[in-house]
Design a protein around this ligand. Sequence first.
Ligand code: MG
Length: 274
Amino acid sequence: MMKQTSSLLIALLVAGISHAAENKSPAVGYSDTPKLPSGWRVHDIDRPQPIAVTPGSQVGEAPSDAIVLFNGTDLSKWAGVKQADAKKKKYNPDGLALWKVEKGYMECTPFGDIYTKDDFGDCQLHIEWQSENPPKGDSQGRGNSGIFLMGLYEIQVLDCYENRTYADGSAGSVYGQNPPMVNACRKPGEWQVYDIVFQAPRFAGDKLVSPAYVTVFFNGILVQYKTEILGPTMNKMLPHYKPHAAKLPIKLQDHNNPTRFRNIWIRELELANP
Ligand code: MG
């Protein structure tokens, strides 16, 4: 046992020395190569190194630089609407997120939409959802929820497995604006995965400088690619931008269907202006 411990200590020491040596190693690259449009030279010796991020141990797990918004146990990162609207069955005066949490997931209840307590702009968002099984209702009444980026721009959540609806209301659509490239929906009762890259709109005073853009992978399949978002989500109406803050909460929609969510994490980004 003693011998094993000594060996382990030696191994750690050697690893530490080699790591330190690596940090002090001379920069690698060139200072006499042609310049790229970015201003950096090809293989530029002075170009900053990428920051190291530890990936999750499995695909879909949060990497080391992610903010975990829901880990299956509590809604501490979420708030509810202070007063449920008239269509909802319950009144929620304290503004708590009151969705049911059990077995590692949260589930919509009649308490209304929930919002992240923190604000987000440009981001990479991972979120998993599951619609009711056996399914009830049809078209927009079947497994409807939604992920509203900045609380305004909806990526539709809908049970689209053998459920016909209008194309721009399908799962993975920018609701009311752009259908997904394909229908990648699994059967109800199975977990579905969205990986979203969102670029927030840019405003200068009252003026829109750049619209929002979104890329979405649905169960690993590309369904939106740099899709221009035309404005906040509307139903049966054209969208129009109104200036807003650079960061706002993300909203999950209660559409009166018991949709479940799990494994929600986000990486804040600062994407280059398009
Ligand atoms: Mg919806």
